[in-house]
Design a protein around this ligand. Structure first.
Ligand code: NAP
Length: 297
């Protein structure tokens, strides 16, 4: 079987290991990143380094984007040097960034005018999931394009779910982020209560991780909170973007998300402490600020 030519735009914490997995699976790969030096490793391993998103589209059958926010996806897809100017009819764009469902629908409409189909396929599973190709991928868009791209998704994740028409992948991801955010807050509060009451927080983590309180957040971020390892897997700044998008969707639907709003404000405290570029485990800093003590040391 001849593998389709894949283009990859955005080689950050998530994009680079995902692109590498496609390369390892044998896909002919063209990459582009705004900061050019981040393309070097992939070029050394056999990818072609393009000079613009437009050139990526010219050289690809399927183009994946993994950038930050809605305006960034708009920029690389519809901007002056964007994919839309290089893509031929029949090209499929897969946006795997987490962005607004509304903007997704608008971009998809613009691409459709040129015969380009778009899937929104945001992911969950963190940097480790990207590296180990174990992501959960939530896909919206035309069903035939989803079927065509399934082999590509299978190189990147272990759970691939078709959520419905354009924008529904992003909608599912925002629900995911609401659940994640409240989970992080729960871990912070449990650890703070334990620390204030005089428990050894490492032993507390060990005990509760083996019981009903266990979760991805507790297992992955709890130890980092205790060890004060704030190196980003998922940045606070990006979590804030996602909570903003979730709260915007809730406002459109006129439903309350009180816990999500609270976590967004807690993370504002973390940002005010200058920790916006750190990983979401730095959420513990807000609890510590409020309690007037650290959970360790
Ligand atoms: P990151 O490390 O900050 O990487 C962001 C990438 O987007 C970089 O390659 C950056 O280029 C590029 N970019 C941003 N704005 C751009 C623009 N206007 N034009 C061109 N390129 C632009 O972020 P990440 O953690 O990989 O996250 C990427 C996306 O995945 C986000 O939507 C995030 O919410 C989502 N996500 C992240 C995780 C996670 O655990 N990290 C998990 C699930 C989903 P430069 O190198 O030039 O800055």
């Amino acid at each position: 079987m001849v593998l389709r030519r894949v283009g990859f735009i955005g080689l950050g914490i998530m994009g680079k290991p995902m692109a590498l997995n496609l390369l390892k699976a044998g896909y002919p790969l063209t990459v582009w990143n705004r900061t050019r030096s981040k393309m070097d490793d992939l070029i050394t391993m056999g990818a072609y380094g393009a000079s613009s998103p437009k050139e990526v589209a010219e050289k690809s059958d399927v183009v994946i984007t993994m950038v930050t926010d809605s305006p960034d996806v708009e920029d690389v897809l519809l901007g002056p040097n964007g994919v839309i100017h290089g893509g031929k009819p029949g090209l499929i764009v897969i946006d795997m960034s987490t962005i607004s469902p509304l903007v997704t629908r608008r971009i998809s409409g613009e691409l459709a005018k040129r015969g380009i189909k778009m899937l929104d396929a945001p992911v969950s599973g963190g940097e480790r999931g990207a590296r180990e190709a174990t992501l959960s991928i939530m896909v919206g868009g035309p069903g035939d394009a989803f079927e065509e791209c399934l082999p590509i998704f299978e190189c990147l994740g272990k759970k691939i779910t078709y959520m419905g028409p354009t924008g529904m992948g992003q909608t599912a991801k925002l629900c995911n982020q609401v659940i994640c955010a409240l989970n992080i807050q729960a871990v912070c509060e449990g650890l703070m209560l334990g620390a204030m009451a005089g428990l050894d927080v490492k032993r507390l983590l060990e005990a509760v991780s083996a019981g009903a309180a266990s979760s991805w957040m507790l297992l992955n971020l709890g130890p980092k909170m205790v060890e004060r390892d704030f190196k980003p897997g998922f940045k606070i700044r990006h979590q804030q973007k996602d909570l903003r998008l979730a709260l915007e969707l809730a406002a459109e639907l006129k439903i309350p998300l009180p816990g999500t709003a609270l976590v967004q404000q807690m993370l504002r405290i973390v940002e005010a402490e200058g920790l916006g570029e750190e990983g979401t485990q730095a959420a513990i800093a807000a609890m510590e600020k409020m309690a007037g003590r650290k959970i360790t040391g």
